[in-house]
Design a protein around this ligand. Structure first.
Ligand SMILES: Cc1cc2nc3c(=O)[nH]c(=O)nc-3n(C[C@H](O)[C@H](O)[C@H](O)COP(=O)(O)OP(=O)(O)OC[C@H]3O[C@@H](n4cnc5c(N)ncnc54)[C@H](O)[C@@H]3O)c2cc1C
Length: 408
C-alpha cells in the first residue's frame, strides 16, 4: 500500500490534518490504535477562539452547533473580591465564540469530514515500527484489526499520536523545554446548573472553572498544585466538594443543587516540545507540543498545527522540497507557540504568591474593558502574550490609560 501521507493518531490533531490533506487531493491513510470515535476521559473540552477560527475556516461551525453545542460569548474571572467580565474580540476569521464539544463529538465530526475527503481510516490498528529507505522514514508497520502485521508506505509519516508518541520515539525526536507535571485537574459533569457563560475562579494555588459542553451539560472543576493533589487522591469526591466550597460557596452551592452526571475525574500532564519533523516524518498535536492543560489550549493548538503542517505537506511531495517545508514548519511552530508555552507553564505553577506586578494589573483592570477583553484574548491566542505583557502595555494599564491594546 502506498500513500502520499500516513497519519498515526486520529483525534483532534490527526483527523484535522487528514481532512485538510484529503480535501487537497492527497492520498491519505489514517491509523489509530483505538476504536474511533470514542470519548477521551482526560479532557475538559474547551476550544478557544484560535481553535474555533480553524473550525470556521474548515466550514464546520454549523455542523458543530447541530450537535447541541452552544457557543460561549462571555467570560468571568473571579479573583476573590474582584470580578472581571469580558468577551474575546473577533479574530481575523470573525470568531468571537468559544465552544466545548465532548471529544466523541468533535473527534467524530473531524473523522467524518476526513472520510468524506477520501481519507482511508483504519482504527484498531497500532503502529509498531517504521519502514526506512536509508536515512528516510518511508512508511510504517502496524498490527491490523485481524491481529496480523501489515505495512504501508508514504512520502511522509506524521505522528499525531499524543504525548507518549510512538512515532517520536521511533524516529528519536529530541525532547526540549520539558517541565514536570505541576498541577492536576479535578472535574465532573452536571445538568441543570445555572452558570454564567464561562466562569473562572482564581485563588491561591487553585483555578476553578465551569462551562457548557454538549446537550446543556456543564463541566466544572478546578486545577490545583501537584503536591496538594497528591493529598486529595485518597478521597477524590469528598475533596472535590470541599475544595469547591472553600473556593466559592456560591459556585459550590450552584453545583451541589444540580444533577451530577459523572464521577469526579482527575488528569494532568507534563509539558514538552519535541523536534517537529525530519526526513520523511513530522509530529503534530501533543506528540510534538504538549502544553499543561491549565490553559485549555491543546485542541486549539492541534488545529493550528494541523493547518500549518497541511500547508507544508501540500506544497509538494518531492523529497528535497518536502524536507525544506518540514524544517520550516518546525521552526514556525516553535516561533508561534514558544511565548504561549512559557505563559502556560508559568500559569501551571498556580503560584500562591501572586507577584506584585500581576496584582497591580488585576487591580487596575476594572473599568478598562478593552484591556479586560485583551486579557481574555491572551488565553484565546487572539492577542499575543508578548504584546499584552509588554512592560509598556502593563504600565499603561496600571496607570489607568484607556488606550486599547487589542490587536485582533
Ligand atoms: C485533564 C486534561 C484536560 C484537558 N482539557 C483540555 C481542554 O479543555 N481544552 C483543550 O484544548 N485541551 C485540553 N486538554 C489537552 C487535550 O486533551 C490534548 O491537547 C489533545 O487531546 C491532543 O490531541 P492529539 O490529537 O494531539 O492527541 P490525542 O488526543 O492524545 O490522540 C492521540 C491518538 O493517537 C493514538 N495512538 C497512540 N499511539 C498509537 C500507535 N502506536 N498507533 C496508532 N495510534 C496510536 C491514540 O489511540 C489516540 O487516539 C486536556 C488534557 C488533560 C490531561
Amino acid at each position: 500500500m502506498t500513500f502520499d501521507a500516513i497519519i498515526v493518531g486520529g483525534r483532534c490533531a490527526g483527523a484535522s490534518l487528514a481532512m485538510l490533506l484529503g480535501r487537497r487531493g492527497l492520498k491519505v491513510l489514517l491509523l489509530d490504535a483505538a476504536e474511533l470515535p470514542s470519548d477521551k476521559t482526560t479532557s475538559t473540552h474547551f476550544i478557544w477562539q484560535s481553535g474555533t477560527g480553524c473550525l470556521k475556516r474548515w466550514g464546520l461551525i454549523k455542523k458543530l452547533e447541530a450537535t447541541n453545542c452552544a457557543p460561549h460569548q462571555s467570560y468571568l474571572l473571579d479573583l476573590g473580591g474582584l470580578e472581571l467580565r469580558g468577551a474575546v474580540r473577533a479574530n481575523e476569521d470573525g470568531m468571537s465564540q468559544s465552544y466545548a464539544p465532548r471529544r466523541h463529538v468533535i473527534d467524530r465530526l473531524l473523522l467524518e469530514e476526513a472520510r468524506a475527503a477520501g481519507v482511508e481510516i483504519q482504527d484498531g490498528c497500532k503502529v509498531l515500527d517504521m519502514l526506512r529507505d536509508g536515512d528516510r522514514v518511508a512508511g510504517v508497520s502496524y498490527r491490523d484489526r485481524q491481529g496480523g502485521v501489515a505495512e504501508a508506505r508514504a512520502h511522509i509519516v506524521v505522528g499525531a499520536d499524543g504525548i507518549n508518541s510512538t512515532i517520536a520515539e521511533l524516529v528519536g525526536a529530541e525532547t526540549y523545554n520539558y517541565r514536570t507535571k505541576s498541577q492536576q485537574i479535578f472535574f465532573s459533569y452536571f445538568k441543570g446548573v445555572d452558570i454564567e457563560d464561562v466562569e473562572f475562579y482564581s485563588r491561591p494555588g487553585r483555578m476553578g472553572f465551569a462551562w457548557e459542553t454538549n446537550d446543556w451539560e456543564v463541566v466544572a472543576g478546578f486545577c490545583c498544585r501537584g503536591e496538594d493533589a497528591k493529598a486529595m487522591a485518597d478521597d477524590v469526591a469528598a475533596n472535590y466538594w470541599r475544595e469547591l466550597a472553600t473556593m466559592s460557596p456560591s459556585f459550590h452551592q450552584r453545583l451541589k443543587s444540580a444533577e451530577q452526571t459523572a464521577p469526579v475525574r482527575m488528569g494532568g500532564t507534563p509539558s514538552l516540545m519535541r523536534t517537529a519533523g525530519g526526513k520523511g516524518w513530522a509530529l503534530v498535536g501533543d506528540a510534538g507540543l504538549n502544553m499543561d492543560p491549565v490553559s485549555a489550549a491543546g485542541i486549539s493548538n492541534a488545529f493550528i498545527q494541523a493547518e500549518m503542517l497541511a500547508d507544508a505537506i501540500s506544497t509538494g511531495l518531492d523529497q528535497d522540497a518536502l524536507d525544506q517545508e518540514i524544517t520550516s514548519f518546525a521552526q514556525a511552530r516553535d516561533e508561534k507557540f514558544g511565548p504561549y508555552f512559557e505563559f502556560t507553564a508559568d500559569l501551571a505553577q498556580l503560584n500562591p504568591d501572586v507577584p506584585d506586578e500581576v496584582m497591580q494589573l488585576f487591580m487596575a483592570l476594572p473599568g478598562q474593558q478593552a484591556d479586560i477583553d485583551a486579557y481574555f484574548g491572551v488565553f484565546a491566542q487572539t492577542v499575543p502574550v508578548t504584546e499584552f505583557f509588554d512592560p509598556a502595555n502593563l504600565q499603561r494599564i496600571i496607570a489607568g490609560s484607556a488606550v486599547p491594546s487589542q490587536t485582533a
